[in-house]
Design a protein around this ligand. Structure first.
Ligand code: FDA
Length: 494
């Protein structure tokens, strides 16, 4: 069938938080937009869902991103602007630490109950990381004094240079490797690790679960995208992957010209993303516009055919950016049984299959800001990353479930073996994401190509949490990036 052709000021590829924030900002400023989304829903890596128990009763879960931390101020203010509310993660009672020998220790406060020697090593590494983060401009990590050098060494090797305490290394590495980039700590650089910490303000913030996992949106994080999409209205087109992007710059019509200015960009001269001519060919629609915002994760850039091709440096750089891999586990119980035992539901164990677990009970009588008549069930959430996730997916469904539940039981007791509902998020099997939580460079990539990731290519602008400074890999970063791209385009369009 003939595809309709739309004419708009700006076409936005991807209706995740970044793309929708760009559309919302542009539309509020009076520009016409079309948001073209591959999936049949908005929200991208944020996704409100329900899982059924054996009685057919549905329980609310969030398949993707959910938590907001106090430094994520652009997201918090947007949540308020959109009329949404938040609630705090439950954290009363004792936390659990699983030592390398699998012994279980309860504790309160921030410090894990490890030996004095290991504690001293962890403090030393934390101080070192904080000091390095202080030297980094989070928007230009490739500019820090020893950026190139820090980018040649894996995070694990860097930690091993500074400590020989395996338990300390596992616990420190956990918070960035399995906990954030969801890649093994030998596969990304110390510079990439520092960016992750810097994007949360400091390494100490990143490892403080009461900071980084502070609040959730009542009704789920996808509600942010749903509200933004509501504002954009019929200009959001679902189920329509963009396959080809034809683009031309106003004065220089080929990518050759852009190939030649990349040295300016390297030297810090910002690229001028002047309006040009863009045609986006999607499955159900063709959109002609002056600018495009490419609001998809960088590992998917190459799924689109560009005419002319992107400049050579970008074609190379994009091959060195990849998604991590993590399974988000939800287990729903009749009640939050751990609380009766004085436990918070929070547990850590660097190096174990499930290195972290939290109380993820929904907003309701059992949540911190209790309200009558809502969900009385208890929910646990856990994360299984990188090589452990690979092994889990290789098991049969029943073996996988039993092994994961045994991990939860190792933190919180035998009751954890008997959930009424169980769900594993599988973003790696989603064609339009291909992993989780987000993308990062392989060794050396950030210092070689990081400077390009936020520079427009002619009329093409980029926006995604994965190229954010503050809020890197988080919804807050996506929102910031969407707004920055929109504001830059507004300046150009006048
Ligand atoms: P996002 O990936 O969300 O959106 C991109 C959109 O583009 C998608 O809708 C996709 O379908 C679409 N698309 C791709 N290719 C296309 C094409 N060719 N044509 C058209 N459309 C195309 N963050 C946080 O702040 N707190 C948290 O607790 C967590 N936890 C978490 C858990 C899990 C399991 C995941 C997977 C992720 C998180 N995150 C998170 C990360 C957070 O969800 C993520 O950073 C944001 O959703 C990124 O938003 P973007 O809009 O940048 O990309």
């Amino acid at each position: 069938a003939e595809r309709p052709t739309l004419e708009r000021d700006v076409v936005i590829v991807g209706a995740g938080p970044a793309g929708l924030m760009a559309a919302y900002t542009l539309k509020k400023a009076g520009k016409s937009v079309a948001v073209v989304e591959a999936r049949e829903r908005v929200g991208g890596r944020t996704w409100n869902a329900k899982v059924k128990d054996m009685n057919g009763t549905e329980h609310f879960i969030e398949i993707g991103g959910q938590w907001i931390s106090p430094d994520q101020t652009r997201l918090s203010s947007l949540v308020e602007e959109l009329g949404l509310t938040t609630f705090k993660r439950y954290r009363d009672g004792k936390n659990v630490y699983r030592a390398p020998d699998n012994t279980r220790h309860t504790y309160t406060g921030e410090a894990l109950p490890v030996s004095d020697a290991t504690n001293a090593e962890m403090e030393k590494l934390t101080d070192l990381l904080n000091a390095k983060v202080d030297q980094m401009d989070v928007a230009r990590p490739w500019k820090m004094p020893d950026a190139a050098e820090l980018d040649t060494i894996s995070f694990r090797a860097w930690l091993q240079q500074h400590s020989d305490d395996q338990e300390a290394i596992d616990n420190i590495s956990m918070s960035i490797a399995s906990g954030m980039l969801t890649k093994p700590s030998h596969t990304f650089s110390a510079l990439q690790a520092l960016l992750m910490a810097a994007s949360a303000g400091s390494f100490s913030n990143l490892v403080d679960e009461d900071f980084i996992l502070d609040e959730r949106v009542v009704g789920g994080m996808q509600s942010v995208s749903l509200k933004l999409a509501q504002y954009v209205g019929d200009d959001v087109i679902l189920g329509s992957p963009v396959r080809q992007l034809n683009w031309a710059t106003p004065d220089e019509s080929t990518a050759d010209a852009l190939n030649n200015i990349s040295s300016d960009v390297r030297n810090g001269v910002p690229r001028n993303g002047a309006p040009g001519q863009v045609t986006a060919y999607a499955d159900s629609v063709i959109v002609k516009a002056k600018n495009v915002v490419l609001a998809v994760p960088p590992n998917l850039y190459h799924r689109i055919q560009y005419v002319p091709p992107l400049p050579r440096e970008q074609m190379i750089a994009h091959q060195h950016i990849s998604m991590g891999l993590v399974i988000k586990v939800h287990a729903v119980y009749e009640t939050p049984f751990w609380r009766e035992k004085g436990l918070s539901g929070t547990g850590f164990g660097g190096g174990h299959v499930a290195p972290e677990v939290y109380d993820n009970t929904n907003y309701g009588p059992n949540s911190v800001n209790a309200k009558e008549g809502e969900d009385p069930h208890g929910v646990l959430v856990s994360f299984i990353s990188d090589v452990h996730a690979e092994r889990m997916w290789a098991l049969s469904e029943e073996e996988r479930k039993q092994e994961i539940l045994a991990e939860l039981a190792a933190y919180l007791g035998e009751e954890a073996m008997h959930p009424i509902a169980f769900y594993l998020s599988d973003m790696a099997a989603e064609e339009w994401t291909r992993g989780a939580y987000a993308t990062s460079y392989d060794l050396g990539g950030l210092s070689r190509w990081g400077h390009l990731q936020n520079e427009p290519t002619g009329p093409i602008y980029y926006a995604c949490s994965d190229i954010a400074a503050e809020g890197y890999q988080h919804v807050d970063g996506a929102i910031r990036q969407g707004e920055i791209a929109a504001n830059s385009i507004l300046e150009q369009l006048g």
